[in-house]
Design a protein around this ligand. Structure first.
Ligand SMILES: Nc1nc2c(ncn2[C@@H]2O[C@H](COP(=O)(O)OP(=O)(O)OP(=O)(O)O)[C@@H](O)[C@H]2O)c(=O)[nH]1
Ligand SMILES: [Mg+2]
Length: 235
């Protein structure tokens, strides 16, 4: 089952679903929309009329990317809806055409990461400075958290349900992309192993980024928090 958090993604939904259907047939999709002012939920409901494998969790207001993913995971585990979940963004940054590869790897690997930083991976149309910044941020996150993953902020991630049941999702508190690091950190601490495969990340073409200063600071803070936990755990 796919988890897709949405906030003001109306212009991306139809293309996204069409590409997913072409890649993986009727794989269930679990959207979490936060009452997007642009009517994203209405667009999802329109597609639901002809596609019974689309679920929608409609939340009352903007609660953040991290909490949207977390609520979806908790609901899927609670109702035992799937043996694996794959989170991906609505902005087509993660190629749906690679979902079959992700699903194949999930048969043998508890957590699978679509990675920009393994051989064959990368990002389309990124300037040199953007590449440098992203690579540096990843190195920082990997070193401080101690998680042996090349793409710590990867948002195209598959989890076996059993791996998610091994961590306490209520303890994962990050709102922005730090959520992605926090998940990997918690899973690593439980001894979970990771597989990475290359993806080419594309910048969004439609809609607006929800990136903010608050999300950036949270992303800088989390690896420091993780390092403190590691040090405390040793002593
Ligand atoms: N439900 C929900 N979804 C969100 C929220 N914030 C972001 N999203 C979704 O999470 C995914 C990632 O958000 P993006 O805006 O693409 O963030 P980003 O990838 O850091 O930024 P860009 O790709 O550069 O625009 C997208 O599908 C968003 O629609 C939120 O508060 N609630
Ligand atoms: Mg994005």
């Amino acid at each position: 089952m796919l988890i897709i958090p949405t906030y003001n993604e109306r212009g991306n939904i139809a293309v996204l679903v069409a590409r997913i259907r072409k890649a993986v047939g009727d794989e269930p999709i679990f959207f979490v929309d936060d009452n997007s002012p642009d009517g994203t939920a209405d667009e999802i409901r329109r597609l639901q009329e002809s596609d019974e494998h689309i679920h929608l969790m409609a939340r009352p207001g903007k609660g953040g990317y991290g909490s949207a993913c977390r609520d979806a995971m908790k609901e899927i585990l609670r109702k035992d809806l799937a043996s694996y979940v794959i989170q991906t963004d609505a902005d087509l940054s993660h190629p749906p055409e690679l979902l079959p590869r992700m699903i194949e790897l999930l048969q043998v690997c508890p957590v699978v990461i679509g990675s920009r930083y393994v051989a064959g991976g990368g990002a389309k149309n990124w300037s040199l400075s953007r590449r440098f910044l992203s690579f540096g941020a990843n190195l920082y996150a990997r070193t401080l958290t101690g998680v042996p993953v090349h793409d710590m902020t990867a948002g195209f991630v598959g989890y076996q349900a059993a791996a998610l049941r091994g961590i306490d999702l209520d303890h994962i508190r990050s709102e922005g992309y730090a959520f992605l690091m926090e998940m990997k950190f918690s899973l690593h601490r439980r001894g979970t192993s990771f597989c990475e495969f290359p993806i080419i990340f594309s910048e969004r073409e439609a809609g607006k980024s929800k990136f903010s200063r608050k999300i950036l600071f949270e992303g800088i803070r989390f690896p420091l928090k993780a390092l403190a936990q590691r040090i405390a755990g040793r002593s």
